[in-house]
Design a protein around this ligand. Structure first.
Ligand code: PBG
Length: 335
């Protein structure tokens, strides 16, 4: 807007369009719908189990059989897709994360159970990264204090194929290695999975807001004090996010993601303006924990702030949001 289009007060009264619910409905620019939501789910070992995650009150890990229930619930609520994350038993974690390549690992079991339960009614998304499987908690191979980028990328391609074979619809590389999108696309295509989508965690920041997630998948204690700053992005950078997205699109990403969400809305807007491709946002575990904790204490109204936070993502240009609030929001929206 170069100059005001409308005349000044009293000719213009902005409040006229805000007087009644009906006019507010008519002039509303953005809406949150259930079709905007992706529900992240944690899967654990065992049968018939639900394990609450302490740092994510209201969120649980579910055993494989109960993942089927959650997927049917997602379909009933109209949620288009879920993202499944494994809490790998500590005994199966190794230095090289080889459990990632076990065709019977937790996430592969969960994906095939999910697909048997709901078929094409629900999209199933899986992370590609080694952190659920490594004793050191890093997303890649880690030797002598360094991440081995190219060796990791080769493994990630194989991990993607295994997950696609289990029935995964969308492969979501979250590891931030250089060249992984091209490698994953090549591996999927070579194995006959050219129809499988890639959602790239393209602008993923080295954030403090992932803490509760690392508790949920049991990688926090493994990682200890060492951070992911040599591969995840510096929170101080914005132009760099555009380079990351450009590279991932050129390498074959179908969808891109910005992560975390609320502190990075400027990045979402820049990516959408620059590339005009479907851009997802991850409202990460720490964001959930903050809102849930304040609401539990009665300091914030849960429904108001959760819906407002989701609206912020839509306003910034996001096409969908990964949120632990997804099922709750879906219920609110159909009331
Ligand atoms: C694994 C991964 C992480 C998240 C999604 N995939 C954690 C990390 O990078 O350490 C975080 C999600 C959340 O905090 O909700 N690479």
């Amino acid at each position: 807007m170069a100059e005001p289009i409308r005349g000044p007060y009293p000719q213009t009264r902005m409040r006229r369009n805000r007087q009644y619910p009906w006019i507010r409905d008519l002039v509303r620019e953005h809406r949150v719908t259930v079709a905007d939501l992706i529900w992240p789910l944690f899967v654990c070992e065992g049968r018939g189990r639900e394990e609450p995650v302490e740092s994510l009150p209201g969120v649980s890990r579910w055993s494989v059989d109960r993942i089927a229930e959650r997927c049917r619930e997602a379909v009933a609520l109209g949620i288009p897709a879920v993202a499944i994350f494994p809490a790998t038993p500590p005994g199966l974690k190794t230095d090289d994360g080889r459990e990632a390549l076990n065709v019977q690992n937790l996430v592969c079991q969960a994906v095939s159970v999910a697909k048997d339960a709901v078929g094409e009614q629900l999209g199933v998304i899986c992370d590609v990264a080694l952190d659920p499987y490594t004793t050191h908690g890093h997303d890649g191979l880690f030797r002598n204090g360094k991440i081995l980028n190219d060796e990791t990328v080769e493994i990630l391609g194989r991990q993607a194929v295994i997950q696609a074979r289990a029935g995964c619809d969308v492969i979501a590389p979250s590891d931030m290695m250089d060249g992984r999108i091209g490698a994953v696309r090549g591996a999927l295509d070579a194995a006959g999975y050219s129809h499988v989508l890639i959602l790239s965690y393209a602008a993923k920041y080295a954030s403090g807001f992932y803490g509760p997630f690392r508790d949920a998948v049991g990688s926090a204690s493994n990682l200890g004090k060492s951070g992911k700053h040599t591969y995840q992005m510096d929170p101080a950078n914005s132009d760099e996010a555009l380079h990351e997205v450009a590279l991932d699109l050129r390498e074959g990403a179908d969808l891109v993601m910005v992560k975390p969400g609320m502190p990075y809305l400027d990045i979402v807007r820049r990516v959408v303006d620059q590339f005009a491709v479907p851009t997802m946002v991850y409202q990460v575990s720490g964001e959930y924990a903050m809102l849930a904790a304040a609401a539990d204490r009665g300091w914030l109204d849960r429904r108001t702030v959760v819906l407002e936070s989701l609206l912020g993502f839509k306003r910034a240009g996001a096409s969908a949001v990964l949120s632990y609030f997804a099922p709750e929001v879906a219920r609110w929206l159909c009331e």
